[in-house]
Write a protein of this length. Structure first.
Length: 149
């Protein structure tokens, strides 16, 4: 899996809100959860709180409450959504070089270096795709929303 459930649900929720952009009626959390098979509305609430804190959604309280997308879908990228719920830090790479303690350790370090390089290349390409893909593009594409990620 390339993305966590949190990131996937955040993208699905944002796409649902983007599809209702301009509609004065807020989109209910349960409608988003039911439409996209999200079995834990509590989890989705936590995600929407994070998206709200990052200024990507607005919420309306009360019986007729729900959520709106805070900006035009063309101004929000998938990278924005994922950064809001996952952060932008990349983990898992060693920062200090170490001297291999044996020939086998040296061989293993060579493999780790090649894997790290491939992973870094992948992350650069992934970031470019996410930064250039807006919610509006996905909503306009007509692809089923549940197959976006």
């Amino acid at each position: 899996m390339l993305f966590s459930a949190r990131a996937e649900y955040a993208c699905l929720a944002m796409l649902e809100l983007a599809a209702h952009y301009g509609d004065p009626k807020p989109v209910r959390l349960t409608d988003i959860a039911n439409k996209h098979g999200i079995s834990s509305p509590r989890f989705l609430v936590q995600i929407l709180i994070q998206l709200n804190k990052d200024g990507l959604v607005t919420s309306t309280r009360g019986a007729a409450g729900g959520y709106h997308i805070a900006r035009a879908p063309s101004a929000i990228t998938l990278a924005d959504v994922i950064a809001a719920v996952e952060g932008t830090e990349q983990a898992g790479t060693r920062t200090k070089a170490r001297k291999p303690t044996s020939p086998l350790a040296a061989a293993l370090d060579d493999v780790w270096d090649r894997v790290r390089t491939a992973h870094e290349d992948f992350l650069v390409k992934q970031a470019a795709i996410l930064k250039s893909t807006t919610l509006a593009q996905l909503v306009d594409s007509g692809e089923p929303l549940q197959y976006v990620i």
